[in-house]
Design a protein around this ligand. Structure first.
Ligand SMILES: [Cu+2]
Length: 506
């Protein structure tokens, strides 16, 4: 019943009734939405909360659903057509003359010139964090605009469970409640070992349940700024409906770096790369291919690199720096022939492991603001791993695209040209996702759990949607335990037409 029209059922025609019937084996915070056309962007979604049959391991006095979405008065068909014509259309964060002087002050004239030339030749912008932004979106909390200020009440001393659901079409949010610690107790409906944070990122389709315990009779702002800082959703948690708290300023907007291109060998990467030919005949889409041909990785001086600054930095095929030898994929990252074509503008040559990466725009929040930010590496399932088998099989999938042409694909092949992925009933497999783009993609597998390898094989958390950081890898285990034809796709609505696979269980 985790169905998608065209794959697992025929869809529901106007005026028709369709009855979903399924044995309830789970509990927790979930949501539902239309999978037809772009209906989800039009508001065709809702929250689902399933109470557990047994006593809840999480103690709380009251709970609220906090459903985050993005609304545009433009039709979704218009938005998609606009993106197809100009992938950067909604990105109004182009560089200014002031930015140029600041960059020169920080990096010097020659480095600034080299960096800018590179971005221009790739026909990319280092500010492409989100495709669709606050330029057209209003961000909603439980259907309310920031000014309408959705409000929830509490009594001092209560434990409040907030069930955050990201039901947006295209927007990844960073959530915090100034003045309150949040103890994360569940993700994607599954109980996890409680972890206390100041801030967390929620990808499209993910859910996170947190417990907060306000100790004062006052108001707090529920603040959910988008990943590109082009807007925010906002609400209030208060002991008195007449009170509201200050709405914080949004944090600085992130800028993409070489790390996000899967070239995590540094800030020096572009500067001291002998044999790189910046001149001449590069068409935009082949820039990276040429760049990597020209790079002599073996000769590149790796000494003096400060790995400690890169939490979770990991060379492909080397898991020792995580202390997890034998856990996670050891397979080298290999690009397929199908990844070389006009639909792919970038391939990560040295992708980092995304497990301990808070994500672009959040990496320095601990240092800068003293905020503890949740990472996937912090998540352990509350109860022991059910399927304890080692994977029999490994699959590496590359998330690929061309921003300029607004084409998205898997392994360089868009859905309409792709063969289904075949899973065999009963098998245990490992999927490693390699993000060969500079966007953050929330990848959603229908029908089966994505058991995210966060570090402890005894307590593997089960996710239905996994954020894959730009230029990074992440891997999870899957037990193929549900016959059928399942959708497997990026949950960013306008990436979905291309970045999509059918998984067929045989
Ligand atoms: Cu995507």
């Amino acid at each position: 019943m985790d169905g998608v029209p065209g794959l697992s059922f025929d869809g529901i025609r106007p005026g028709e009734t369709f009855t979903y019937q399924f044995p309830l084996k789970q509990s927790g915070t979930y949501w539902y939405h239309s999978h037809s056309d772009f209906q989800e962007q039009r508001g065709h979604y809702g929250a689902i909360v399933i109470d557990p049959a047994e006593p809840d391991p999480v103690a709380y006095d009251r709970d609220y659903v906090v459903l985050l979405t993005d609304w545009s008065d433009q039709s979704p068909q218009d938005i998609y057509a606009t993106l197809k014509k100009e992938g950067h259309y909604y990105n109004r964060r182009r560089r200014t003359v002031g930015d140029l002087w600041e960059e020169i002050r920080q990096k010097g004239v020659s480095q600034t010139w080299r960096d800018r030339k590179m971005w221009n030749e790739m026909r990319m912008s280092d500010r492409d964090i989100a495709d669709v932004t606050g330029y057209t979106y209003t961000y909603l909390m439980n259907g309310q605009t920031p000014d309408a200020n959705w409000t929830a009440l509490f009594k001092r001393g209560e434990k409040i469970r907030l069930r955050f659901i990201n039901g947006a079409a295209m927007s990844i949010f960073d959530i915090r409640i100034p003045g309150l610690k949040m103890t994360v107790v569940a993700s994607d409906g599954q109980n996890i070992e409680p972890v206390t944070v100041d801030e967390f990122r929620i990808g499209v389709a993910e859910t996170y349940d947190v417990i907060v315990e306000p100790e004062q009779d006052t108001a707090y702002t529920l603040f959910a700024q988008t990943i590109d800082r082009s807007g925010y959703a906002r609400g209030t948690l208060t002991s008195d409906p007449r009170l509201q708290a200050k709405v914080p300023a949004m944090d600085y907007a992130p800028v993409l770096t070489h790390r996000d291109m899967g070239m995590d060998h540094s800030a020096h990467a572009m500067g001291d790369m002998p044999g790189m030919d910046h001149g001449g005949n590069h068409s935009g889409h082949s820039m990276h291919q040429d760049m990597h041909k020209g790079m002599d990785h073996s000769a590149h001086n790796m000494e003096g690199m400060d790995h400690s600054q890169h939490a979770g930095h990991q060379m492909p095929g080397n898991t020792t720096d995580l202390g997890l030898a034998g856990y996670g994929s050891n397979a080298p990252v290999e690009h397929l022939p199908s990844e070389y074509g006009p639909g792919v503008d970038m391939r990560a040559s040295m992708p980092a492991n995304g497990l301990h990466d808070p994500g672009i725009g959040l990496r320095d929040h601990q240092q800068r603001y003293g905020r503890k930010v949740l990472t996937y590496g912090d998540i352990r399932n509350l109860t022991p791993t059910l399927d304890r088998r080692q994977p029999e099989r490994e699959i590496q999938l590359h998330l690929t695209g061309n921003m300029e042409r607004y084409m998205w694909s898997v392994n360089g092949i868009k859905f309409s040209d792709a063969e289904p992925l075949i899973f065999k009933y009963g098998e245990r497999l490992r999927v490693t996702l390699v993000n060969d783009t500079m966007m953050t993609h929330p990848i959603h597998l229908h029908g089966m759990w994505s058991e995210l390898e966060t570090g402890d094989p005894e307590y593997i958390p089960r996710k239905h949607t996994v954020l894959v950081q730009p230029g990074s890898t992440i891997s999870y285990l899957v037990t193929a335990d549900a016959y059928g034809r399942w959708a497997y796709h990026c949950h960013l609505l306008y990436h979905m037409p291309g970045m999509f696979r059918e998984v067929r269980l045989v």
